[in-house]
Ligand binder design. Structure first.
Ligand code: ZN
Length: 315
């Protein structure tokens, strides 16, 4: 089986656990027995838990509703990373704070980059290509792979292979769970496609808050007219000139809605709406799940709810 583990440091922690003869962190007496799988984002933790099943407990680092682009780990977060046996990240530049945090955490860490092996998208013709302040390297990759469910198949394979490496005795469980989840992803893809087909073709255009929906748009045939924040990170802001240009694009294309992720500041979107006919749709969960009682407590429900909001606004 092909392995997609990105080893940032060495692996003795895993060897240690595998022979179960030595303590991972002897200084902390309240540690649970067995390995701690720590996942950075909530949607990714849900995906990992589906693969881990009952064999492993998966913990989430970033609380629901918190933007992973701008996350600032607390000392407690650094300690949790230091105590984890395995850290799972989405990768491709989403977690810009990570390397420094790993340095602060010290010790050795095994990190699975769930998006490893996926190819970043290039902006389509007519799309704005990134923020002028971003480096060419940052411009190169849009990290929002998970907003296309077929990309998540690769996430599942990478996580499955990482868990098997950490816990070979669980191979059958992880393989079976991964296969079952991949079937659900394929069903999700078909369902989203059927939903988006309800939008008249000439209305399949969107404006987003930051450049988050590129993979979703590519997969389901939506055209991205622009982003309020012309960057693949929400941690940026547009110039007056960029905003004026977007307003021109909204007028000339007749795009009907701006979609804002939960937690996004709506001030600029409202300003665009005041000068054009576009409506502002809030409530997309693109970077985080909601709590259990919200509309997107799992990755699959998050994607269905986002699709519902998009289709309802455009058709
Ligand atoms: Zn984002």
């Amino acid at each position: 089986m092909k392995k997609h583990i990105h080893v940032i440091a060495l692996v003795p922690i895993l060897l240690c656990w595998a022979i179960s003869a030595c303590s991972i962190s002897p200084s902390r007496s309240n540690q649970p027995a067995g390995p701690v799988v720590l996942v950075v984002e909530s949607f990714l933790a849900d995906i990992a838990q589906n693969i881990a099943g009952d064999r492993l407990t998966v913990e989430t680092l970033i609380p629901t509703g918190v933007d992973p682009h701008a996350f600032e780990p607390s000392p407690r977060d650094v300690a949790r990373i230091a105590d984890s046996s395995l850290l799972i990240i989405s990768g491709a530049g989403l977690e810009k704070w990570l390397q420094k945090t790993l340095d602060n955490a010290g010790g050795q860490h095994v990190v699975i980059e769930a998006s490893k092996g996926l190819q970043g998208r290039a902006p389509r013709e007519g799309e704005e290509a990134g923020h002028p302040d971003t480096t060419p390297q940052e411009l190169a990759v849009d990290p929002h792979f998970w907003l296309d469910p077929l990309n998540v198949i690769r996430y599942v394979e990478n996580i499955r292979d990482g868990l098997i490496t950490m816990d070979p005795a669980g191979q059958d469980t992880y393989t079976r769970n991964a296969a079952a989840y991949i079937l659900q992803l394929k069903q999700l893809d078909e369902d989203i496609r059927a939903q988006v087909e309800q939008i008249p073709p000439e209305r399949r255009m969107i404006v987003t808050n930051h450049e988050s929906l590129g993979y979703f748009a590519d997969r389901y045939g939506l055209q991205i007219i622009g982003a309020v924040i012309p960057s693949v990170s929400s941690d940026a802001s547009p110039s007056a000139q960029q905003l004026a240009h977007l307003i021109d694009r909204v007028r000339s294309t007749g795009v009907s809605a701006i979609f804002l992720e939960v937690g996004a500041n709506s001030r600029l979107a409202e300003q665009i709406a005041a000068e054009t006919d576009i409506k502002v749709v809030t409530g997309l969960n693109t970077e985080s799940l909601t709590r259990e009682d919200g509309p997107a407590p799992t990755y699959l429900e998050m994607m269905r709810e986002n699709t519902r909001l998009i289709v309802e606004a455009l058709r």
